[in-house]
Design a protein around this ligand. Structure first.
Ligand SMILES: Nc1nc2c(ncn2[C@@H]2O[C@H](COP(=O)(O)OP(=O)(O)OP(=O)(O)O)[C@@H](O)[C@H]2O)c(=O)[nH]1
Ligand SMILES: [Mg+2]
Length: 350
């Protein structure tokens, strides 16, 4: 399909025109998620720029020198039936952040400011958002990842789990969008995602404030991406009858269980960590005591040796002193011998 045909099939797409009707949905909500700063907002700008084909603008507030990162869930209407949602980026992938991501993906918390929860606060937010929950959004998850960032083995497992959980939650396998296509390791990153079981991968060099010269291939790739989303939605609408109200309830139960399990796991990990810390502490105490005892023994041995040496020296001294006394007495005795005997002998000589 050429660019114009792709564009018109996207702009004219309507859920009402699906074979089995809209089944209660009024729009496709393409939910972008992924790590902080990987180009989610820039990708939204790219999609709007390509579809409107007018002047470039930083609609989704992609990070610029004076701008910050996205902290709100903001919807951007692309066509009458397609809306993109810029979700808050993941910093790390702990249970709380992923819980928050699934609540966002499941449309269980309202659009707007997003605070990362520190505890079960998320459950309260989901519960209080119940009345305002929109059931008429067909959720389509899209994971955005920059090829400039290498994915270590440990992170691969985390991402894989998040992608699998997103599929179970939404019923749709997330499409992976790779950004910074020309300035990172595209082939290896694609391979990593393929190994995770992802089969739909699109790679882009996003249009940015600095570089937004319109390129036919880039335009076409973006349109192909949107067209793929529509094809997937059509397929699911046709082959898996939908019940939006039931689905959102199921998503709610799923996310609540997920948060509960994460909380439980975090508590178990905390207890295990406390036990391990205690073990380390006891081991340190034992080592300290053993060290002290060893030092005490060494000190005692040293003191004993010193005492022995001292006594030995004293004995030596005493011995020397006795010897000296004996010598002195001998000398004295020698000196006391009568002198006349000698004289007599001398007289005889004369
Ligand atoms: N050259 C180039 N720059 C990009 C690309 N994608 C994003 N950027 C730039 O990378 C920076 C971060 O992109 P954002 O779109 O703000 O990232 P984000 O995922 O929305 O970030 P958070 O909102 O913090 O989660 C911005 O300066 C973008 O202009 C790309 O494909 N190529
Ligand atoms: Mg952003």
């Amino acid at each position: 399909m050429d660019i114009e045909k792709l564009r018109s099939s996207i702009t004219s797409f309507s859920l009402d025109k699906c074979n089995k009707g809209n089944q209660g949905f009024s729009r496709i909500l393409i939910q972008l998620f992924g790590f902080l700063g990987h180009g989610k907002s820039a990708f939204i700008n790219t999609c709007i720029y390509v579809l409107e084909d007018g002047e470039y603008d930083n609609w989704a507030k992609a990070k610029e020198e004076d701008g910050g990162s996205t902290t709100e869930r903001i919807p951007y209407k692309l066509t009458q039936n397609i809306t993109l949602v810029d979700n808050r980026g993941l910093g790390k992938m702990d249970g709380y952040e992923t819980g928050e991501i699934f609540a966002q993906l499941g449309n269980l918390i309202p659009l707007g400011k997003v605070e990362w929860p520190k505890n079960f606060e998320l459950v309260d937010r989901i519960t209080s958002a119940e009345k305002t929950m929109t059931t008429s959004d067909f959720i389509f998850p899209v994971f955005v990842h920059s090829v400039q960032s290498t994915i270590e083995n440990e992170k691969q497992e985390d991402i894989k789990k998040v992608l699998q959980t997103s599929t179970r939650l939404t019923g749709v396998s997330p499409i992976v969008v790779l950004t910074h296509k020309s300035s990172g390791n595209l082939i290896d990153t694609e391979k990593v995602f393929r190994n995770m079981g992802v089969d739909k991968i699109f790679s882009f060099e996003n249009y940015t404030r600095e570089d937004h010269i319109k390129l036919r291939e880039k335009h076409k790739e973006v349109l192909k991406f949107l067209h793929e989303v529509i094809k997937d939605v059509r397929f699911r609408m046709e082959h898996q009858p939908q019940d939006p109200v039931k689905e959102i309830l199921e998503r709610k139960i799923f996310v609540m269980n997920y948060i509960y399990e994460c909380g439980l796991k975090a508590q178990q990990e905390k207890i295990l960590k406390q036990r391990a810390d205690k073990q380390v502490q006891l081991q340190k105490q034992k080592e300290k005591q053993e060290n002290e005892m060893r030092m005490q023994r060494e000190k005692e041995r040293h003191d004993r040796d010193m005492e022995l040496n001292r006594r030995k020296e004293e004995l030596e001294e005493e011995k020397k002193r006795q010897l000296k006394i004996q010598e002195d007495e001998l000398e004295k005795a020698k000196n006391k011998r009568p002198k006349n005997k000698k004289k007599k002998r001398c007289c005889n000589c004369f």
